[in-house]
Design a protein around this ligand. Structure first.
Ligand code: AMP
Ligand code: ZN
Length: 136
């Protein structure tokens, strides 16, 4: 995708603080980090959602995320991390080229994803679980 910002970073047309690259992925620091050391893992192939990725990319992404998360924890001194991913505008996606966020976390850093949880009415959970099973 010609003018996609992450495609341009992958091609080296826009600078980034790269931490990793291989034949399928580039990883670099998020320019507006939630905490310092926040990394984005970006497949070289342009796909909008995680569900649009080819299987070989999907298979490599989580092992790579675990590897990068260990390095982020070691380099930042943060004891823990979030793996986070947006898929589509309603989920908060701003850059429509799939990416995984690796966000270093420490107690009291103020990041919260909290909302009053919904609940299920009588029979609703079973019906919905059945609908999801049907799609698999
Ligand atoms: P998302 O909301 O999941 O689409 O997140 C997109 C992320 O990309 C945001 O956290 C931005 O700070 C980050 N971002 C946007 N442009 C750049 C850039 N040029 N270099 C590094 N990170 C960027
Ligand atoms: Zn792209």
């Amino acid at each position: 995708m010609g003018d996609c910002i992450f495609c341009r970073i992958v091609r080296g047309e826009i600078p980034s603080a790269r931490v990793y690259e291989d034949d399928l992925f580039v990883a670099f620091l998020d320019i507006r980090p939630v905490n310092r050391g926040h990394v984005l893992i970006v497949p070289r192939v342009h796909a909008e959602r995680v569900t649009d990725l080819p299987e070989d990319v999907l298979a490599r992404e989580l092992p790579l995320a675990a590897r990068i998360a260990r390095a982020v924890v070691a380099a930042t001194g943060c004891p823990d991390f979030n793996l986070f991913n947006t898929n589509g505008a309603p989920s908060g996606q701003e850059v429509f080229h799939h990416h995984l966020h690796v966000i270093p976390r420490r107690v009291g850093d103020g990041l919260r994803m909290s909302i009053a949880p919904e609940s299920y009415g009588e029979g609703e959970a079973a019906a919905l679980a059945g609908g999801i099973r049907k799609g698999l």
